[in-house]
Design a protein around this ligand. Structure first.
Ligand SMILES: [Mn+2]
Length: 291
């Protein structure tokens, strides 16, 4: 049994607008393992943060956030992704915003499939150090190194913060009309957040691999890469995104808690809190008390 996000469970019969789905699936992580503990530690850390978001001026938990049980974790990505697709689909059908907590990045494919089956003109904002654009990796098309490629088969993908790709990926990416690429070195120009959001279709699923951020912000990831997105730049892109597009779901993946310090899971919990708040404040959040 995991802690509910923020330590809060909605009262019986109270409206639920956001479903938090922990999924510590980890099979294909190549470097430092431990993302299986990500959701548990994020939820634990979330009970220590102030629930009131002072920038937004409200507590997202007042809008109704329900944390679901972690689905059964098999040792192959296929069945886990299928069960996530069903689970997330049920939440979407109930009018809830799904926020998936990983676990290796592969699980984003479950969220991607669920939204692609329900929303027209849906695309993906992939914040990541890696393009994850390999057709398959170690013979597995559902490896974490292939997430961007799998999502691009469902809709356009805007990749942001990319700074580690194979030479082959770097040759193939510009030729793919489904991909808009904002490598990390292109993010030195102020105002890049507006350009990123303009490149997205009306409906967006956000997939946030925490290694897209700089390791000085979130050191606890499976594959840290220097030169990533800073805290304030991340918040800016999230704010612009929720203002200008309908965000239909999101995930936060690849949290690998470090021994002896809660810093990475605390940062990840704050990101989750802000995503929930931004959703609730948006027209799609349907929370008349805030919107
Ligand atoms: Mn990555």
């Amino acid at each position: 049994m995991m802690f509910p996000f923020g330590g809060i469970t909605p009262a019986e019969g109270a409206p639920v607008r956001i479903a938090v789905i922990p999924c510590g699936f980890e099979v294909s992580t190549t470097f430092h393992q431990g993302t299986r503990f990500g959701p548990r530690r994020l939820l634990e850390a979330s009970t220590e943060i102030e629930l009131f978001d002072l920038e937004l001026g409200f507590s997202p938990w007042d809008g109704g956030i329900l944390t679901l049980e972690e689905p059964p974790l098999m040792d192959a990505a296929g069945p886990v992704i299928e069960s996530l697709e069903r689970l997330i689909g049920d939440q979407l059908d109930a009018g809830r915003f799904p926020l998936l907590l990983g676990g290796e990045h592969t699980i984003a494919v479950g969220g991607g499939r669920a939204v692609a089956a329900r929303f027209p003109e849906v695309g993906f904002l992939q914040i990541d150090a890696h393009s994850d654009y390999r057709a398959s990796y170690h013979g597995n098309p559902l490896n974490h190194a292939c997430v961007g490629r799998r999502l691009s088969e469902l809709g356009p993908v805007v990749m942001v913060g990319i700074r580690s790709v194979s030479e082959e990926e770097w040759r193939e990416l510009p030729a793919d009309p489904q991909i808009a690429l904002f490598p990390a070195h292109a993010l030195r120009t102020p105002g890049w957040q507006e350009q990123v959001v303009e490149a997205l279709p009306p409906n967006v699923y956000l997939t946030l691999d925490l290694d897209g951020l700089d390791p000085s912000v979130v050191p606890g990831v499976g594959t840290p890469e220097p030169g990533g997105i800073g805290w304030n730049d991340l918040l800016t892109v999230l704010h612009v995104l929720f203002e200008k597009r309908q965000v239909v779901g999101a995930d936060i993946c690849e949290l690998r808690p470090e021994p002896g310090t809660p810093r990475s899971e605390s940062v990840a919990a704050r990101i989750a809190q802000r995503i929930c708040g931004l959703h609730l404040r948006s027209p799609h959040g349907r929370w008349e008390d805030v919107g």
